[in-house]
Design a protein around this ligand. Structure first.
Ligand SMILES: [Zn+2]
Length: 68
């Protein structure tokens, strides 16, 4: 079992799930709104980039949606 930190792009909810093996798209469902616009969160420790810029908060790759 492995835990994954996920972030819902639709409602902005952060949650974590436990899955066997690798994370699949079928796991990426928001428990709050049921949306599938879910991104996996990467902690700062996971990112081993050379960029020294200190970005606050978690990294989200959610594409900006325009509502209405
Ligand atoms: Zn959601």
């Amino acid at each position: 079992m492995a835990s994954y930190d996920l972030h819902c792009c639709l409602c902005g909810k952060d949650f974590d799930i436990f899955v066997q093996g690798f994370l699949k798209d079928e796991h990426k469902v928001c428990p709050e709104c049921g949306g599938r616009e879910v991104e996996q969160k990467f902690t700062a420790g996971f990112m081993t980039g050379a960029g020294a810029g200190a970005s606050t908060g978690g990294v989200s790759s959610c594409s900006s949606h325009s509502f209405g």
